[in-house]
Unconditional design. Structure first.
Length: 259
C-alpha cells in the first residue's frame, strides 16, 4: 500500500492525523501511550538484527516529537491510524466520506453503526462486516418507513429481503419498464446485498463457528465490503431522495404574521 501513496498525500495525511491525535488525547503522556500501541519491535535471530516498524522520536525534554514520529511511519500505518481516528481518506476509501456526511442527520442509527464498523476494520475485520450489513439494513428500513412507500414495513426482514422490497418499490427490479441495462444494475444491487448478508451470516463470528469454518480475517476484504456498502447505500439514498423528495416546509409570509 505504501508504494501507492504519494509523498504529497502522505504529508497532508500526517498533518491531519497529528491534529486528530492531539485533539483526542491532549497530553504528551497520552499521545505517547497511543503511539506505543502502534509500535512493534523485536529481534530477528536469523540475521541477528533488531527491527521496528517505525522509530519513536523524542524531543530534548523527553516528550514525544509526534510530527517526526509520524514521518517515520510507512503509508500503510498512516492509513490505518487515520481510519482509527476517523480522519477521512478519500483517496483510498472514496465513497465513505460522502456516505458518512449523507447519513449523519437522517440515518443516525446507521451512522453510529458505521462508525463502530470503522474502528473494527483492522482489529476485527469480520465484526466490521457484520456492522456494515446492519448499517445498510437500517438505511433501507428508514426509507421503507416513509408512508409514501407502498411496501409494508417488517422489522424482522434481513438485508436481502429489504433490498428486494426497495428495488421493487423503485421499479428497478425485477419487473419494470426500464431498459434491460438498468434492470441489470438493479439485479446486481440485489446480488451485492445478498452477498453481504451471506458473508455476515457465514463468514463472520456473528453466529457460532468451529475451527474448520472460514472467517474473514484480512482487512483488505473488509475495506472492499465497506466500500461496496457505502456505494450501494449512497445510490439507494440518492434515488429515494429523487423519487420521494421531502415536502417543502410551509413558508411564513408577512400576511401570516399576527402583528
Amino acid at each position: 500500500m505504501n508504494d501507492n501513496i504519494s509523498p504529497k498525500y502522505q504529508m497532508k495525511l500526517i498533518k491531519e492525523v497529528g491534529e486528530a491525535i492531539w485533539n483526542e488525547y491532549k497530553s504528551y503522556k497520552d499521545v505517547r501511550f497511543y503511539i506505543d500501541k502502534w509500535h512493534d519491535e523485536g529481534q530477528d535471530w536469523n540475521i541477528n538484527a533488531y527491527w521496528q516498524n517505525f522509530q519513536i522520536i523524542s524531543k530534548g525534554n523527553g516528550d514525544i516529537d509526534l510530527s517526526s514520529t509520524l514521518h517515520n511511519m510507512n503509508g500503510e500505518i498512516l492509513i490505518k491510524m487515520a481510519i482509527d481516528l476517523g480522519v477521512n481518506t478519500p483517496d483510498f476509501i472514496p465513497s465513505i466520506p460522502i456516505f458518512k456526511n449523507e447519513i449523519k442527520s437522517d440515518y443516525s442509527t446507521a451512522s453510529a453503526t458505521l462508525e463502530k464498523a470503522f474502528k473494527q476494520i483492522e482489529t476485527h475485520p469480520d465484526i466490521a462486516v457484520g456492522l456494515v450489513n446492519s448499517a445498510l439494513e437500517s438505511i433501507i428500513k428508514e426509507i421503507i418507513k416513509d408512508e409514501r412507500i407502498t411496501t409494508e414495513f417488517k422489522s424482522k426482514k434481513t438485508l436481502y429481503d429489504l433490498a428486494s422490497d426497495l428495488l421493487k418499490e423503485f421499479q428497478l427490479f425485477p419487473k419494470s419498464d426500464m431498459p434491460k441495462e438498468i434492470k441489470t444494475i438493479g439485479s446486481s444491487l440485489l446480488a451485492v446485498s445478498q452477498s453481504i448478508e451471506k458473508l455476515r451470516s457465514e463468514k463472520t463470528t456473528v453466529h457460532g463457528k468451529t475451527s474448520d469454518d472460514y472467517v474473514i480475517q484480512d482487512s483488505l476484504y473488509t475495506y472492499f465490503i465497506v466500500n461496496s456498502v457505502a456505494t450501494v447505500g449512497l445510490f439507494l439514498i440518492s434515488f429515494y431522495k429523487n423519487k420521494f423528495p421531502k415536502p417543502e416546509s410551509e413558508k411564513i409570509t408577512n400576511d401570516d404574521l399576527p402583528f
